[in-house]
Design a protein around this ligand. Structure first.
Ligand code: GSH
Length: 216
């Protein structure tokens, strides 16, 4: 059976987990935080989570993993049938990863682990996110799903990446993107209401609350 290594707090872990649930793939969850330990680096060479244990070996990088799952378990499909639309779907995923998660993550240590607020990141992240969200809106379709009429990997990726972005920018900037972006807000509500989104987000909330209780 496939084994998904990581922790439910991680948005990237949750992207892969939801893709597996949506596809009805049987898998086991192995709790493993990110680590630079030699033994973990043999599984995930950057020490990041998630990684997937397959019968042929380990795979890291969530996009590579979900593409593998799409090829090995083609139904139900989470990518459009048309090559151009498939590429547009991957384009949204890359935008979310590189241009939303990337900048927001610079403030993660402060928000999640109570590290000092890095001033340079504080000054740079909000303008970067404003620019990058404008770019994302140019390719997002919300018809009703982000890449078009079908629910896809782009919805899963954007849902969990936006979850991280919102959890960071609210406390740091008191910035409520969803109040400013009704289309994005409506889409997010729709995406978060799906059965498997609810399962994955509930598991994340449980871990987050346990962590906060420990820190208090
Ligand atoms: N590009 C990677 C990003 C994964 C990632 O950044 N995971 C975080 C947890 S959400 C992590 O492992 N961070 C620890 C680190 O960067 O060393 C992917 O798509 O899987």
């Amino acid at each position: 059976m496939l084994k998904l290594h990581g922790v439910a707090l991680s948005n990237y872990y949750n992207i892969v987990k939801q893709a597996m649930l949506e596809k009805g793939i049987a898998f086991e969850e192995i709790t493993a935080p990110p680590s630079q330990d030699a033994s973990f680096l043999t599984k995930s060479p950057m020490g990041k989570i998630p990684c997937l244990e397959t019968p042929e070996g380990f795979l890291s990088e969530s996009l590579a993993i979900i593409e593998y799952l799409e090829e090995t378990h083609p139904t139900p499909s989470l990518l459009p049938g048309d090559a151009y639309q498939r590429a547009k779907t991957r384009e949204i995923i890359k935008y979310a990863e590189l241009y939303l998660d990337g900048p927001a993550r610079r403030l993660l240590g402060h928000v999640i682990f109570g590290a000092p607020l890095p001033q340079q990141a504080f000054d740079e992240v909000r303008p970067a996110l404003e620019k990058n969200l404008t770019a994302l809106k140019r390719i997002a379709r919300f018809e009703p799903w982000v890449a078009g009429t079908e629910f896809s990997l782009a919805d899963i990726a954007l849902l969990h990446i936006m979850g991280l972005v919102l959890a960071i920018i609210k406390p740091v900037y008191d910035w409520d993107i969803l109040a400013q972006e009704p289309e994005l807000a409506n889409w997010m509500q729709r995406a978060a209401a799906r059965e498997h989104s609810l399962t994955v987000l509930a598991a994340q909330k449980k871990v987050r609350e346990a962590m906060m209780a420990k820190q208090a």
